[in-house]
Design a protein around this ligand. Structure first.
Ligand code: C2E
Ligand code: MG
Ligand code: MG
Length: 451
């Protein structure tokens, strides 16, 4: 932008020029300064296009702080951020401020991913120290998106767009993330957006399905219940694994809609099973951070008419860790109605035995990673043996996940493991096939049906 004419005659042309290129709040350059710096650097390196990096940083959760403490406090934080960034910039680098809480950098001496990540980490640390607002301290984090010239764009606009894409990905992944743009990342994001759109549609058109896998009493092979597992096949994308689309729905904020549909379908199916069989349903970590989760679940169960005492909810250690107080409250509200809680994938998350003491679980599911090697690897055998003994002491039921062989069953039976699940007993199948499974495997099923 070239300032047109001179609307302020008492200000010199040079001063006007400086104003047009700077941010009045922090005194840093603005986006025109960034653009000019990038163009100048690119021109300088035109003959021998040596790489350099640009970066955009955005403060996490700045708006609520601005709303809570007022815009003066917000401005003060932005000035302190600017000051810190200026102080830690390497030689030759430029910092600018864009709208609101967005800052950008040109880094002439950063030319590859590792270098960018190193600088990102340093800036992240610098920005995470508390901000002094006189009467209080505030803590903030920042997310970063890097783009390296010329790979991520030769023109300023393209380069900036790549940095924005990288920043967007950082934001999507939670707080304080650093992403360096690459074509793989752009592809990955494009695919994630395709999946997101298709999945949102599939929820509306009721096209996401739920399958059931038997959970069996190891002692006599009798089925005790089923775990519901989400299944989705899209006309264009083909089969998409729940390990892909469940985290995506969490990240993009529609896990509640997905989970409601799945629970409703699973609960409806469970109505036609014998009453003593339980339905085990997976809760995602985002749901354990949302105080509305227990009432959502209970109202779905009551709408369908499934007794909460027939329901188990599987949660993971990581989920419990992230937001312990809320998780604790959700768990106790659900348990009060007779819903049981299982700790899923035990042994693989950020395991803490303290968690087993502090939280009230009913059941532990030992992760497949241990079971699949139980007959070939002494360490796995010992770990499983110890988990089973511990659960007996704590009065918790145990399920071994991922049982594929009869030899696994024999070993687990000898170790005193109560329940098992895995391809050996049955793969996840749809509702109709589950009823057939019950006809074949559940002694009283037909008799019960006649009642
Ligand atoms: P999970 O809850 O640990 O579920 C067990 C996974 O192991 C399932 O994978 C199941 O198909 C697979 N599995 C069971 N037995 C065997 C076996 O013997 N061998 C092998 N190799 N695999 C076995 P799936 O269905 O792909 O689900 C993956 C994960 O996605 C689940 O892990 C769960 O964390 C998540 N998930 C699935 N459905 C839902 C859902 O409705 N809601 C939520 N929040 N998460 C879900
Ligand atoms: Mg599970
Ligand atoms: Mg599991």
């Amino acid at each position: 932008m070239k300032p047109a004419g001179n609307p302020l005659p008492h200000v010199s042309q040079n001063e006007l020029q400086a104003m047009a290129y700077s941010d009045p709040l922090t005194g840093l350059g603005n986006r025109y300064r960034l653009r000019d710096k990038v163009r100048a650097l690119a021109a300088e390196r035109a003959d021998d296009p040596a790489p350099f990096a640009i970066c955009i940083a955005n403060l996490d959760g700045f708006k609520p702080i601005n709303d809570l403490f007022g815009s003066e406090a917000g401005d003060e934080i932005l000035c302190q951020v600017a000051h810190r960034l200026k102080a830690c910039m390497p030689d030759g680098a430029t910092v600018t401020r864009h709208d609101g809480d967005e800052f950008a950098f040109v880094l002439p001496l950063v030319f590859e991913r590792l270098g960018a990540e190193r600088i990102g980490q340093m800036m992240k640390d610098v920005l995470s120290a508390p901000y002094d607002l006189g009467d209080r301290n505030v803590r903030l984090s920042a997310s970063f998106g890097f783009a390296i010239y010329p790979f991520a764009g030769e023109e300023f606009e393209n380069l900036l767009k790549s940095a924005e894409t990288a920043l967007y990905r950082s934001k999507r992944r939670g707080r304080a993330q650093i992403t360096v743009y690459s074509t793989e990342i752009a592809q990955e994001m494009k695919r994630a957006t395709q999946i997101e759109q298709a999945l949102r549609n599939a929820i509306i058109t009721d096209a996401v399905d739920v399958h059931f896998q038997p959970i069996v009493r190891i002692r006599d092979g009798m089925v005790a219940g089923f775990e519901a597992l989400a299944r989705w096949r899209d006309a264009d994308l083909g089969f998409v694994s729940p390990a892909v689309f469940v985290p995506l729905a969490e990240e993009r904020g529609f896990i509640d809609a997905l989970s409601d549909t799945l629970l409703r379908k699973a609960a409806e199916a469970a109505l036609s099973w014998p009453r003593e069989l339980f339905l085990s349903f997976n809760l995602s970590s985002a749901q354990l951070m949302d105080p509305g989760t227990s009432s959502n679940i209970l109202s779905t169960l009551s709408r369908v008419g499934l007794d909460p005492r027939r329901v188990e909810l599987e949660i993971t250690e990581t989920a419990v860790m992230t937001s312990a107080d809320t998780a604790q409250r959700i768990i106790s509200e659900l348990r009060a109605t007779g819903v049981r809680i299982s700790l899923d994938d035990f042994g693989t998350g950020q395991s803490s035995l303290g968690r087993l003491r502090d939280f009230t679980f009913d059941k532990v599911k030992i992760d497949r990673a241990f079971i699949s090697r139980i007959t070939s690897d002494r360490a796995s055998e010992h770990i499983v043996r110890a988990i089973i003994a511990m659960c007996q002491g704590l009065d918790l039921s145990v399920v071994a996940e991922g049982i594929e062989e009869q030899a696994d069953v024999d070993m687990l039976r000898a170790l005193g493991c109560g329940m098992g699940q895995g391809y050996h007993y049955g793969r996840p199948v749809d509702g109709a096939a589950t009823l057939r499974y019950l006809q074949d495997h559940y002694h009283d099923f037909l008799a019960l049906e006649r009642i």
